[in-house]
Design a protein around this ligand. Sequence first.
Ligand SMILES: Nc1ncnc2c1ncn2[C@@H]1O[C@H](COP(=O)(O)OP(=O)(O)OP(=O)(O)O)[C@@H](O)[C@H]1O
Ligand SMILES: [Mg+2]
Length: 415
Amino acid sequence: MPKTNNLLTSIDLGTHRCCCVIAEITGPESLEVIGIGSRRTDGIRKGVIVNLEALVASIRGAIDQAESEASATVSSVIASVPAAQAKSFTSRGGVTVASRDRVVTRKDLAKVDEMVRAVQIPPGQSILHVVPQEFTLDGQEGIQDPVGMTGSRLEGSFHVVTVPQQTAQHVVTALNAAHIDHVESIVYPLLASSEAVLTREERDNGVFLIDCGAGTTDLALFERGALWFTGSYPVAGDLITNDISIGLRTPVPEAEMLKRTQARAVAGVDDDLVLEVATVGGGAPRLVACSLLTQVVSPRVMEIFELSRQIMDRFKLHHRARAGAVLVGGTANLDGIVEVAEEVLGMPVRVGVPSAVVSRAGEIDAPSFAGPVGLLEWEMRVGRRQRAAETVGRNPFHRIRESVGRASQWFGQMF
Ligand SMILES: Nc1ncnc2c1ncn2[C@@H]1O[C@H](COP(=O)(O)OP(=O)(O)OP(=O)(O)O)[C@@H](O)[C@H]1O
Ligand SMILES: [Mg+2]
């Protein structure tokens, strides 16, 4: 049985699915998945927690399954909050370099970070991450790490991600009620997914990460290695299923099955095929051409990316994604979705699957595993480093990296 202190466990809380992944730490930068559990999520609607008791049962079900596969017991997790609940903005801070010789130190960075954290955020919100973007030293822009450089005025821009205090509180309460004593980190899901699916070149050159799930489509812009924008809208896979159910007059479970097994977002070679489709009310099945299914699905898929495109246009982001867009989330499995996305967004698009983590449990090379596997990778590369810095005395560096408190810190800030 693996030693539990050598394990990391993630819980990705989606509208549709609650997924738990347990991995063994096999090296300083390597993980091996040893248990996967997933349950339909009850209690979250369009990214909002609406029934805590139902959510607890889903979480516990997913953990039980993963624990039994991994032959391990989980007591601490890295969790996501529904992305739709997050808001973000860029904030700047500036200080006079403190040392006599005007060499920038980590203390100067920590002071800029502190200024950014002191920024007024809307009432009821809590800061989840403060992600450094770039620094300016005596007017010289675009510096990624100014430590060791000489100058007198240091300014920095940071992307601040906030969530409603109540949302984070509900996530922790639900996990505690599911017998998870310790929530190591709470992470914005697209920061997590970015760790699992984006290449360094994409992050540097500029890329949109688009998570098309069940209830919401969430997007984030990464550029020059940092996070610059987040957005979300409630149009995603559930609506495709609904459209099939209404358009083909078939019950929702049948529509969901048809979507997963037969649907295409664009016309294909097998459009002439005829499908036998169950009817609402249990009457005799009807025969439906595949082309009709495509006609029902395609407009909604186009709408999903048109809404992304509108956001990109409204915030003048389109030209910044020189590496195009990467799709994750369950809806990214839909046949033909990449073609539609490329046409509507006018940029190269690929589907992102976790690639650096191996699994000796089930398959994880699917776009819906970007979230749960990304949470583990985020913890390895960011969360643990922050905590290591915290324990080695008052090293201010941790505050400059993307910062998220452990659950205890969360509660400290909130109540
Ligand atoms: N093969 C497939 N083809 C089309 N759609 C699929 C396929 N597999 C899963 N989906 C859809 O993906 C969606 C679930 O995706 P995911 O697990 O990323 O959602 P979630 O994270 O629970 O939801 P959200 O991110 O909206 O909170 C569902 O709408 C499901 O029908
Ligand atoms: Mg999701």
